[in-house]
Design a protein around this ligand. Structure first.
Ligand SMILES: *[C@@H]1O[C@H](CO)[C@@H](O)[C@H](O)[C@H]1NC(C)=O
Ligand SMILES: *[C@@H]1O[C@H](CO)[C@@H](O)[C@H](O)[C@H]1NC(C)=O
Length: 270
């Protein structure tokens, strides 16, 4: 036997530890240590013997038993179960899409964490999320993080500031090639135009084959003179000898129209 006092300081703890461990031949026969690739083994010292519990790292699933007991016989010690396997959680091949492709190699295996990125053929626009990855909800089955994107010919909703499609039905997320939508600037705005051209608040854009729009007109704030156009108009009426009563009616109608416009604007900004 080793006599403890002869040990250098510090070594005593180590010695005690060694004596506690169930090494073969030291304290008796024990099972060989276990190692689980892509997982871990937790040992518990039960009254009846050593118990190993198996678990897998994230993205791996356990194939086989979740635990094993060390069975000690007279001259040998063996685990009562076979070591399980931690298998990378697989995903099905990513879906193929029309008018586009993904960057995976043919015959490639997909497992947890794998990522594929889609691209569209020339002239098509990608709708949705370009990349998806293999993930899992239950740590057993693999699934793609989302659905594959779509490749479509067409244009996305134009980014039009201070303007709207003339027809409410024209308001959508996606437009096909050659589709033309008439636009109208919000009240008080007009399309920027050359000084020699009459200012207008209407214009239209067409979706081109490459998925872009024809030059998007810009609605800019109208000068105040534009808003007050009806004032000189009413003077004209008096000058041309429009009866006062008729002018009054005209102005009432104009007022009503402006009030409706104002209301519409308020509703829109809510
Ligand atoms: C899946 O495994 C991860 C990490 O290994 C864990 O955080 C999560 O709770 C597990 N989910 C389920 C549903 O078991
Ligand atoms: C769009 O219009 C052009 C010119 O008129 C035509 O050549 C093309 O085929 C049209 N494309 C579609 C998708 O309708």
């Amino acid at each position: 036997m080793v006599s403890a006092p002869r040990c250098p300081p510090g070594a005593r703890g180590l010695l005690a530890l060694l004596l506690l461990l169930p090494l073969p031949g030291a304290r008796g026969i024990s099972c060989k240590p276990l190692e689980l690739e892509n997982g871990r083994v937790d040992l518990t010292d039960l009254r009846s013997g050593l118990k190993a519990t198996f678990s897998c790292n994230e993205g791996y699933r356990l194939i086989g038993t979740t635990s094993a007991l060390c069975k000690v016989a007279r001259h040998s010690a063996n685990w009562d179960r076979r070591l399980p396997l931690c298998q990378a959680i697989p995903c099905r091949p990513p879906p193929d899409i029309t008018h586009g492709f993904h960057n995976a190699l043919s015959g490639e295996k997909f497992s947890f964490g794998s990522k594929v990125t889609y691209k569209c053929d020339q002239g098509f626009s990608l709708i949705g999320v370009a990349s998806i990855h293999c993930t899992t909800k239950d740590n057993i089955t693999g699934e793609w993080s989302g659905s594959a994107p779509e490749c479509k010919v067409g244009c996305q909703k134009p980014d039009m500031q201070n303007g709207n499609p003339l027809k409410a039905l024209d308001e959508k997320m996606w437009y096909s090639v050659n589709e033309t939508i008439p636009f109208k600037c919000s009240p008080g705005y007009q399309f920027s135009s050359h000084s020699h051209l009459p200012a207008t608040d209407r214009s239209s854009i067409t979706c081109l084959a490459d998925g872009s729009w024809t030059a998007l007109p810009k609605c800019t704030k109208q000068s105040t003179s534009g808003v007050c156009e009806m004032v000189p108009e009413s003077r004209e009426f008096t000058e041309c000898g429009v009866p006062l009563e008729e002018l009054r009616t005209l102005l009432e109608v104009r007022k009503l129209y402006l009030e409706i416009e104002k209301l519409k604007q308020e509703l829109k900004s809510q």
